[in-house]
Ligand binder design. Structure first.
Ligand code: KG4
Ligand code: ZN
Length: 364
């Protein structure tokens, strides 16, 4: 599946700084994303190739297949985006790539291509943290949040609540102690035979669910703190399915009712923790990003709860909620602007705490 789009959007964060045009490459998991971001003209072009169909029959991402597929996709996508953005190599000021966290082999493909192009074209390369890419994606929008803000990052690999104090200065407030929220959606969907990725499928089914038929627990909401847990929801899902006679005995309505109960419990848990986070920090802005932030029930509930507290909620556009090259080009442009560039050895970091990032000194 391939999505192409281009069109200029300008981020206020770049107003008044020297102009830079950056190619971004994302290959941390099962999407190859490429984009060109210009700090003056905005996003000039982007393309995304999703491997979802290839992994679907295995019920999840197969790392080796992901790496091999990235090898085939990256260079054609780079060529395509450069043509779409009417950009030649000598017009580029740098190349940004996802250096972690993610699948080691998949990351190495993007890193290898990005660094080789940068060496060949004589321009700097910069390492981007995948979760910082997600975190900063709402800054691509015309109505961008100002710092500080609370951020809920909810993807297939991470569930994090943090306070973003300034660019690169992120304090973790809480995180999942076991599965990521997206991972729990994917696993619950697999238990019901819904296929991969589970999040959008559960969300679609939940719309047909009967409210109140099942009530799932809201894990770790009955005690103070901002850590979360999603593995119990998975077990509860399995027990509910077994009580109904197993996966194959489920009717379409059973599936929809379980999907609704699962979604409601996940959404409530995330919203309760967000509420506590803004109460704790006193911030009046909350950013939600990562694949699960595309969930409409979550968006609606969060908006309603935050409005009551005078907190403004910001999201990326739907195509920038899930993995994409635009967020990497954008975060890379910020880091290049601040004078960062990758050291000579090509390294990737499959595990990379967000708190280890350097705080950025951006001129204004
Ligand atoms: O950010 P992302 O594209 O990749 C990672 O960095 O993990 O997030 C993918 C995750 C998957 O677990 C997928 O099931 C979930 O986001 N997801 C959703 C929805 N759309 C994607 N979860 C719930 N509701 C959705 N509408
Ligand atoms: Zn992601």
């Amino acid at each position: 599946m391939q999505i192409r789009s281009s069109g200029a959007i300008m981020a206020p964060v770049f107003q008044g700084v020297s102009i830079m045009r950056v190619l971004g490459i994302e290959s941390s998991c099962d999407e190859t994303g490429v984009a060109i971001y210009d700090t003056d003209a905005g996003l000039l072009g982007q393309a995304l190739y999703s491997q979802v169909e290839m992994h679907a029959r295995f019920g999840g991402v197969v790392p080796e297949l992901a790496s091999r597929d990235h090898v085939q996709r990256v260079l054609p996508l780079v060529k395509q985006v450069m043509a779409d953005a009417d950009t030649t190599a000598d017009q580029l000021d740098g190349i940004a790539y996802t250096a972690g966290p993610g699948l080691a082999g998949a990351l190495l493909v993007g890193a290898g291509v990005a660094r080789s192009l940068a060496f060949g074209w004589g321009i700097p390369a910069v390492e981007v943290h995948h979760m910082e890419g997600h975190l900063l994606a709402p800054l691509l929008e015309p109505d961008a949040p100002a710092f500080p803000f609370v951020a809920l990052l909810v993807s297939g690999g991470h569930t994090l609540l943090l306070e973003a104090r300034s660019l690169g200065d992120y304090a973790i407030l809480g995180e999942s102690v076991d599965d990521a929220a997206g991972e729990a959606f994917d696993k619950a969907a697999k238990m019901m035979g819904l296929g991969y990725p589970g999040g959008p499928r559960i969300a679609a089914l939940a719309e047909k669910g009967t409210p109140g038929r099942f009530r799932f627990p809201r894990p770790m909401t009955d005690r103070p703190g901002l850590d979360m847990s999603f593995s119990g929801l998975k077990t509860f899902t399995l027990n509910t399915i077994n009580d109904l006679g197993g996966k194959d005995a489920l009717s379409e309505q059973d599936r929809a009712d379980i999907a609704l109960a699962f979604e409601e419990a996940s959404v409530d848990t995330l919203v309760i923790k967000c509420r506590r986070a803004v109460e704790q920090t006193g911030d009046k802005r909350l950013v939600m990003a990562g694949g699960v932030s595309a969930n409409r029930a979550l968006r609606a509930k969060l908006a309603e709860q935050m409005k009551k507290r005078g907190v403004q909620v910001f999201y990326p556009a739907p195509q920038y909620c899930t993995d994409n090259g635009a967020m990497i080009a954008f975060a890379g442009a910020l880091r290049l602007q601040a004078g960062e560039s990758a050291e000579l050895p090509i390294k990737v970091r499959p595990r990379w705490p967000l708190t280890e990032l350097e705080k950025l000194q951006v001129e204004s």
